[in-house]
Ligand binder design. Structure first.
Ligand code: ATP
Length: 279
């Protein structure tokens, strides 16, 4: 995809090296150049250790880049501090693999969703409560779920609540880091369908990170393939089969095919079990 508009996010020669005491340092990101355009979903795929999470952490400044620049619209955000960092994080929300790690176990789901709306002073409490109910419905949860503690929700429901909290801030970009990887196959598909639906509704931009090419392909317009800290190829999702050139991408494609076959078998088995149970 070529686009003449300004990218929402731009990574320019980004490098990240982890220096480990007494051991060889790790070059997690090497000269990464990437652009995310308005309304686009950019997929990032690669095996474990290829640098995907480091990239996500550098964008949201959970880690500092070693060199290079990150731009959000026309502002350089590589090394922000204080209020500027806080405002940037409102615009670039992250959804991680393990929703349970984000919840405060003693905070009910409704408050968990309201909290950032109040912290960023987007609205008064009463309005935030109303907004929270709308958000719950949008992600497929019920009003009654607001009064539950996180442990009373399933993994898929927890991830829906995390997504509700993120979209409530109306961010410019949502960065999903292995957001469906910890879920069962059928729940994973439900969350992917939700993301596709939300994107259709809002036209928002996102970065979707996963080790699973079949999953990334479902939601992304373009896919950046990462290998050993480098982006080895960027392909249009719809032309993946015909235009992927890099041997590593082709390797990921063949394992995605066998994974899809396995998944189909699992889904078929689940359907048979449901049918058997309904007799
Ligand atoms: N905090 C850290 N300290 C030291 N090394 C790290 C740190 N975080 C990541 N690494 C190393 O950087 C490299 C890239 O890791 P990263 O987590 O970014 O990859 P990934 O593609 O997201 O992998 P996974 O899918 O397993 O999370 C790996 O070699 C990893 O061991």
């Amino acid at each position: 995809m070529t686009d003449n508009r300004w990218p929402i996010l731009k990574l320019n020669q980004v490098c990240k090296t982890y220096d480990l005491k007494g051991q060889q340092s790790v070059q997690a990101l090497q000269n990464i150049n990437l652009e995310l355009y308005p309304g686009e979903c950019l997929g990032i795929v690669g095996q474990s250790g290829s640098g995907k999470s480091s990239l996500a952490k550098c964008v949201t400044q959970l880690e500092q880049v070693t060199s290079g620049e990150i731009w959000y619209r026309q502002q350089e955000i590589t090394r922000l501090k204080g209020e500027k960092l806080r405002q940037m994080r409102k615009q670039i929300q992250m959804v991680f693999q393990e929703p349970a790690a984000i919840f405060n176990p003693r905070m009910k789901v409704g408050r968990f969703i309201c909290e950032p709306l109040l912290n960023y002073k987007m609205m008064k409490r009463e309005q935030a409560v109303q907004e929270m109910r709308v958000l719950l419905e949008r992600v497929g949860l019920s009003a009654a779920d607001a009064d539950k503690y996180p442990h009373e929700l399933s993994g898929g429901q927890q991830q829906r609540a995390v997504i509700a909290r993120a979209i409530g801030l109306r961010p410019d970009v949502i960065l999903y880091d292995e957001a469906t990887s910890a879920l069962d196959v059928s729940i994973q598909q439900q969350i992917l369908d939700l993301l596709i639906e939300l994107r259709r509704e809002t036209g928002g931009s996102s970065i979707f990170i996963s080790h699973d090419l079949a999953v990334v392909q479902q939601v992304s317009d373009r896919i950046a393939v990462m290998h050993e800290g480098k982006v080895v190829e960027i392909v249009d999702s719809s032309k993946l089969t015909s235009s992927a050139n890099h041997g590593y991408t082709r390797g990921l494609m063949s394992s995605a095919l066998s994974l899809r076959a396995l998944r189909d078998r699992v889904q078929m088995r689940e359907r048979i079990e449901v049918l058997a149970g309904s007799r």
